[in-house]
Design a binder for this molecule. Sequence first.
Ligand SMILES: [Zn+2]
Ligand SMILES: [Zn+2]
Ligand SMILES: [Zn+2]
Length: 146
Amino acid sequence: MRVDQETDAIERLAYAGGRLTRARRLIARTAAQLHGAFTIDTLAERVRVTDAASGANATVYRAVAAMERAGFLTRVGERGGHALFARCSTRGHHHHIVCETCGRVAHADCPLTQAIEASNAQGFRITRHEVTMYGLCPECAARTGS
Ligand SMILES: [Zn+2]
Ligand SMILES: [Zn+2]
Ligand SMILES: [Zn+2]
């Protein structure tokens, strides 16, 4: 019973009260179970293990877009030209470090605060910016001996 209630909460949270189909429920549950960052392809593969139809690429793609709009998933980087997503419950503006080996995600303060303030002082309005960091988490770094 408790597990059902939790699952229900995850599914509703994932789409911020938007349209909930059986496929979307399964996709949200599967996304919540993945550790670290994942691509849409990886998520679709995992969903297909449970239900082939729900894991259709187009269905998963649209579900991820909806979960991103709802703030349930955050785009945390990219790998091989594919966007990486993860759950992020850290509030406020920040950036992400994704382990290139295992996909573990860490959060980092924005390094551009000063640059943005300096731009504002010159009358520019910065509407968006990007910070990308590449590297290994402590465990993966220890394993590779670097
Ligand atoms: Zn974060
Ligand atoms: Zn790692
Ligand atoms: Zn920033």
